[in-house]
Design a protein around this ligand. Structure first.
Ligand code: PLP
Length: 422
């Protein structure tokens, strides 16, 4: 017999639901209509993606691969998943695609789980140098018992140090090199390293979570043609799909990864995302090049404008950025935490971040010296170079001139409420 649940004081179920409905509406109004959204890992889906996202597919189960399932009732689902895979294969020029991972992290878990054994070694980017937690002992690597070593990093180049990495490969003989990052300004040197690493039996995985939309638009790098065997990714950052994950590549090991995705990492793969992903793939097939170009132009313009207005924008010697991201050292304003919080109070949403080379301790984790800005969402809402200059001006007013910009931000955003490139 279950014990009766103790009543939580003050909780009325009906009132709670009303409150949740109201909070959801407030959130939608605030973040969609009144904020300048600059979190580098987010994006918005188009009305066509939204429309097809909620369907009966979201009630069903489909363990396994199309046309080889463990459940009945999937005659149309099989065709939808098969066609969506074909759209992804065509867009990314890949022989194999697995749309089942539910997120970038489960994609990494599946690929690393398939290609390594307990006790193996991998090399990936450290967290302060831009790596994602899932690449490290604090995330997936720790969970499956593989040892992670960091790519040596050249701060002047703001990139992986090729020669030092080759030495490390000789020394560690890693099972996997895991390229890609969360703070990701410049394409990683896969070409320069992959051929050197492969004789050691090293698999090359590239985590494209942040830059998938730029790759789809052919504007960043082409990892599969540069030597990567496998791409793991989220599908909702620069790529404007539903929140999910994906794995693709041309490797003969792909089937091994598929057999880890199911049944070892997930069973049902939330089928309603599939038609939504198909629509996002079509949008990026049609508009991806133009969209990705504008994202990068906007990032470069924002970086240059902030630099001219007195901000300490990282990587000036390299032209600041070749991606959707701009990284700014905000030590002079008290660090990333107070800056991100102050801007949030005025409806500019971005996040605090380490800057490559930083040491990690409890103080720097709480308040790193940087902020990371992404231009992909505001580009999708139709903003171009002029608007980037205005955002830089707004940042100056808020942080250097110490003015309240909230009203100006709300007015400014009113003109950018419609999703473009779809
Ligand atoms: C490089 C990288 N990989 C993986 C992830 C994890 O993605 P998800 O949130 O889809 O699990 C992130 C998240 O931001 C990321 O930056």
């Amino acid at each position: 017999m279950l014990e009766p649940v103790e009543a939580i004081e003050g909780l009325n179920v009906k009132e709670a639901i009303n409150e949740i409905e109201s909070l959801t509406e407030k959130h939608n109004q605030w973040r969609k209509k009144e904020c300048i959204n600059l979190i580098a890992s987010e994006n918005v889906t188009s009305p066509a993606v939204d429309k097809i996202y909620v369907s009966d597919l979201g009630h069903r189960y489909a363990e396994g691969k199309p046309f080889g399932r463990h459940y009945q009732g999937l005659q149309f689902v099989d065709q939808i998943e098969d066609l969506t895979q074909k759209l992804a294969k065509q867009l990314f020029c890949a022989k194999h695609v697995d749309l089942r991972p539910l997120s970038g992290t489960t994609a990494n878990l599946s690929a690393l789980g398939a290609l390594t054994n307990y006790g193996d070694t991998i090399i990936s980017s450290s967290i302060p140098n831009g790596g994602h937690v899932s690449h490290t002992r604090h995330g997936v690597s720790g969970l499956i018992g593989i040892k992670d070593f960091s790519f040596p990093f050249n701060i002047d180049e703001m990139n992986i140090d090729v020669d030092a990495t080759k030495k490390k490969i000789e020394e560690k003989q890693p099972k996997v090199l895991l390229f890609g990052a969360s703070l990701f300004l410049f394409p990683h040197p896969i070409k320069e390293i992959a051929d050197f690493a492969k004789p050691y039996g090293t698999h090359i995985i590239y985590d494209a979570a942040h830059v998938l939309g730029l790759i789809a638009g052919n504007q960043f790098q082409d990892p599969l043609r540069e030597g990567a065997d496998i791409i793991t990714t989220s599908t909702h950052k620069t790529f404007p799909g539903p929140q999910s994950g994906m794995i693709f590549g041309n490797s003969d090991d792909f089937e091994k990864i598929e057999t880890v995705v199911f049944p070892q990492v997930i069973c049902n793969h939330h089928l309603h995302k599939l038609p939504a992903m198909a629509v996002a793939l079509e949008e990026m097939t049609t508009h991806g090049e133009k969209y990705a170009k504008q994202i990068i132009t906007n990032a470069k313009t924002l970086a240059q404008s902030m630099h001219e207005l007195g901000f300490n924008v990282v990587a000036e010697n390299k032209g600041f950025t070749e991606s959707h991201q701009v990284v700014v050292d905000v030590s002079q304003f008290g660090g990333g935490k107070p800056v991100a919080e102050l801007l949030e109070s005025m409806n500019v949403i971005l996040n605090k971040n380490f800057i490559p080379g930083d040491t990690v301790n409890s103080d720097t984790m709480r308040n790193p010296r940087g902020i990371r800005i992404g231009t992909q969402e505001m580009t999708r809402m139709g903003m171009n170079e002029e608007e980037m200059k205005m955002i830089a001006e707004l940042m100056k007013k808020a942080l250097i001139d110490k003015k309240d910009i909230k009203g100006e931000v709300i007015d400014f955003k009113k003109e950018f409420l419609e999703v473009k490139y779809c």
